[in-house]
Ligand binder design. Structure first.
Ligand SMILES: Nc1ncnc2c1ncn2[C@@H]1O[C@H](COP(=O)(O)OP(=O)(O)OP(=O)(O)O)[C@@H](O)[C@H]1O
Ligand SMILES: [Mg+2]
Length: 268
């Protein structure tokens, strides 16, 4: 009997994803199509960070919104844990919501300024009925400690926190439901340069500790290189280059990738 190792199933598997939008220069009766994502295929396994990089407008955030269930692809297929994802229904959104979390660029707008941090972190558990109600508060304090915030942060509103601390709250919220995949779209771009490295390190530690799959999006190849196992370079909605972080960063095969490396400031 042969003992072939089972090939591990990807957490998320995108096949031939196309996203078209009605372009702005079309008219109501004669809509023109604009292809924001053009035939992208990509699989991500647990414990793996994939860096998605490319110039502004190349389709990174559109592809991210497909992965988090907000954007139905025009064509192509998304499988999550081997199951084909359906888009649009409340059930599908809930399914996505539990397994995929997202961290956005600007924590100031991503967090409700009128809610205390305690309630911001408890909210996803209340919505999804995770844990018994009396256990949720304890979990909030575990999450705070995991992202390096003091217990006292629970009782303030986000406006009282610094940018880096706010992003830590956003990361804690992303972890609240024990997701399988975290999609971080430019998570450090809005932060002060002095705290970017700390937040990057935190994300890298969490991915390792929790064996998460992560998509790290940035236009900055230096930053992506710091945290990624694999890099996917996009241009005009297409994947133009892909490989291990070292391969792509040290031996880029495309002129476009080289431009991204040269353009990147080394401030992190
Ligand atoms: N809802 C929409 N309707 C029409 N066009 C859109 C829509 N969303 C995005 N686009 C267009 O699709 C293209 C890709 O946008 P996307 O936001 O995915 O780029 P990006 O790579 O994330 O850019 P950035 O680095 O600036 O965040 C852009 O040309 C954008 O204008
Ligand atoms: Mg974007």
């Amino acid at each position: 009997m042969s003992m072939k190792p089972l090939k591990k199933q990807p957490i998320i598997e995108l096949s031939n994803i196309v996203v078209e939008f009605n372009s702005r220069d079309g008219t109501f009766f004669n809509p023109k199509k604009f292809t924001a994502v053009n035939d992208v295929s990509l699989s991500i396994h647990s414990g793996e960070t994939v860096g998605l990089v490319g110039q502004s407008g190349c389709g990174k955030s559109t592809l991210a919104s497909v992965m988090i269930g907000l954007q139905r692809p025009t064509s192509g297929e998304v499988k999550f844990n081997g199951l084909q994802m359906k888009y649009g229904s409340a059930e599908a959104r809930k399914q996505f919501g539990r397994q995929v979390s997202v961290i956005f660029q600007d924590p100031a707008t991503a967090l409700n300024p009128r809610m205390r941090v305690l309630d911001i972190l408890k909210d996803p558990m209340d919505i999804h009925g995770i844990l018994q109600p009396n256990e949720r508060e304890k979990r909030v304090y575990e999450l705070l400690s995991r992202v390096g915030l003091p217990r006292s942060a629970a009782l303030v509103e986000p406006t009282r926190l610094s940018g880096g601390q706010k992003q830590r709250v956003a990361i804690a919220r992303a972890l609240a439901l024990n997701p399988k995949l975290i999609v971080a779209d430019e998570p450090t771009s809005a932060l002060d340069v002095s705290v970017r490295a700390q937040v990057l390190n935190l994300l890298a530690d969490l991915k390792k500790e929790l064996n998460l799959a992560m998509v790290f999006i940035s236009h900055d190849l230096q930053t992506v290189h710091q945290v990624s196992d694999r890099i996917v370079v996009m241009n005009g909605g297409k994947v133009v280059e892909t490989g291990t972080a070292e391969e792509v960063f040290n031996f880029p095969t495309k002129e476009y990738t080289r431009t991204l490396i040269d353009a990147a400031p080394s401030l992190l």
